[in-house]
Write a protein that binds this ligand. Structure first.
Ligand SMILES: Cc1cc2nc3c(=O)[nH]c(=O)nc-3n(C[C@H](O)[C@H](O)[C@H](O)COP(=O)(O)OP(=O)(O)OC[C@H]3O[C@@H](n4cnc5c(N)ncnc54)[C@H](O)[C@@H]3O)c2cc1C
Length: 406
């Protein structure tokens, strides 16, 4: 029997996870990545149990533990002062690991990619390969790359992120929408934040029309990665560019009058860019012919549950497991069932993440007691996201999740 020819487009989180899962199953593959090196500056990932348990199965746990920080607690606070609204232990007493069966990590994205890459054997990634076109042929699906290069494969897995070229082939145009919110991000040395209570916790500061999330990254929690979200602008000014110039004043203004821990953090930033937050509308089809989507290409979401990367890992492991056990003989059936397995959960998380934006941006006259009561019940409200384990889902996805998006 000839070996299947499988191409993964994109060596981001989903693409690397897909490679690791296929490698574990002994299925050959090649990853094509447009960048000339696997680095992304200035971004971090909160890796929750549903993602970290899969990476542990690939042998990544020692690498993750050596490069990341496990938060002490998950804490929500208001905006005026640092009174705790709700809190749950994470590293303390190993509470999170005991509940969800795997750790929670704050990690620099480049470190995460390095740890994942280190577990991939051989020369399986072709860098500087930007996919520009796809076409079905009698021999398979033909991939065109920028320059002269091309390849013909039996299956192409589009792990090429929110601006997916593979999605342009699979779905109708117009799949992306602006969320009406935008963000400022930064990484600040923890020692520069003397007013920050619980610097090694993952914390949300919530105020009218804005919130700030931060967590420590690096092995000793030496840096704090923050992500400050504000409502607006109503229309995104440039559909081609999702990161636009901003001034220092733009960056500081939404947080004027907030607790000193917050103003101190945002005022440390030296990069004043505004990130538009975009999502993928739920797609009718995740595949066409020999091309299938995983990760942000299929279901990009606002990052308020920290689940884009984690669900991309789940997609990758699920798809690779199906390929390993069924082969590609009935590709149409396999890809249809894959999307059915993954769609319910990812759509629920997308909706819940969008609804959470509203919860985090309540005005002072809103029912803040009700919000606090809900946040105190985090395991009941959001535990279904973290408890998920691909190895326990073989069919009938709706029985394995609870639709709590509201
Ligand atoms: C500010 C911010 C904070 C976030 N925080 C979190 C978090 O805490 N936790 C979490 O789980 N998620 C988080 N996310 C979301 C997460 O980053 C994404 O959901 C995740 O990276 C998606 O994985 P992916 O593999 O689909 O795409 P990506 O990781 O974006 O990878 C796509 C890859 O494809 C490559 N590529 C693109 N086009 C082509 C092409 N034509 N040819 C070849 N290669 C191509 C890209 O260069 C890239 O390497 C955050 C996102 C943002 C913006």
């Amino acid at each position: 029997m000839t070996e299947p020819r499988i191409a993964i487009i994109g060596a981001g989180i989903g693409g690397l996870a897909c490679g690791l899962a296929l490698q574990r199953a002994g299925v050959p593959f090649t990853i094509y990545e447009q960048a000339s090196a696997l680095t992304e500056i200035g971004a971090a990932i909160a890796l929750s149990a549903n993602g970290s348990r899969e990476l542990a199965r690939f042998g990544c746990l020692p690498g993750l533990e050596a490069t990341s920080c496990e938060p002490t607690e998950l804490i929500w606070r208001g905006w005026r002062d640092h009174t705790r609204v709700a809190a749950h232990p994470v590293r303390k007493d190993c509470a999170y690991r005991k509940t969800y069966g795997a750790p929670y990590f704050g990690i620099h994205r480049a470190d995460l990619q390095k740890v994942m890459r280190a577990q991939l054997h051989g020369d399986v990634i072709r860098l500087s390969h930007r996919l520009t076109g796809l076409a079905e042929t009698d021999q398979g699906i033909r991939l065109e790359f920028h320059g002269e290069d091309s390849d013909v494969v039996d299956l192409v897995i589009g792990a090429d992120g929110i601006k997916s070229r593979v999605r342009d082939y699979v779905a109708r145009p117009g799949a992306i929408r602006y969320s009406g919110t935008s963000a400022f991000r930064g990484i600040v040395p923890t020692k520069e934040l003397p007013h920050l209570p619980d610097p090694h916790a993952i914390q949300f500061w919530m105020g009218p029309d804005a919130h700030l999330l931060h967590y420590a990254i690096g092995p000793d929690g030496g840096d704090v990665n923050y992500f400050a979200v504000t409502e607006g602008p109503d229309e995104w000014p440039d559909p081609e560019r999702w990161v636009i110039e901003a001034t220092r004043e733009d960056h500081l203004k939404p947080f004027q009058g907030w607790d000193e821990a917050v103003t101190e953090m945002v005022s440390q930033s030296h990069h004043f860019a505004r990130w538009g937050l975009f999502t993928t509308k739920p797609l009718r089809h995740w595949h066409k012919g020999r091309a299938v989507l995983i990760g942000d290409g299929a279901h990009a979401m606002v990052p308020h549950h920290g689940q884009g990367a984690n669900t991309s890992i789940e997609d990758a492991v699920t798809l690779a497991g199906m390929i390993a056990s069924e082969g590609l003989a009935n590709l149409e059936g396999l890809l249809t069932r894959f999307a059915r397995l993954r769609r319910v959960r990812t759509t629920a998380i997308q909706k819940s993440a969008t609804a959470t934006n509203h919860v985090l941006h309540l005005h002072d006259e809103a029912d803040l007691q009700a919000r606090a009561a809900r946040l105190k019940k985090f395991p009941d409200e959001f535990g279904w996201i973290h408890a998920f384990d691909t190895s326990k889902v073989k069919s009938e996805p709706t029985r394995n999740i609870r639709l709590r998006a509201r």
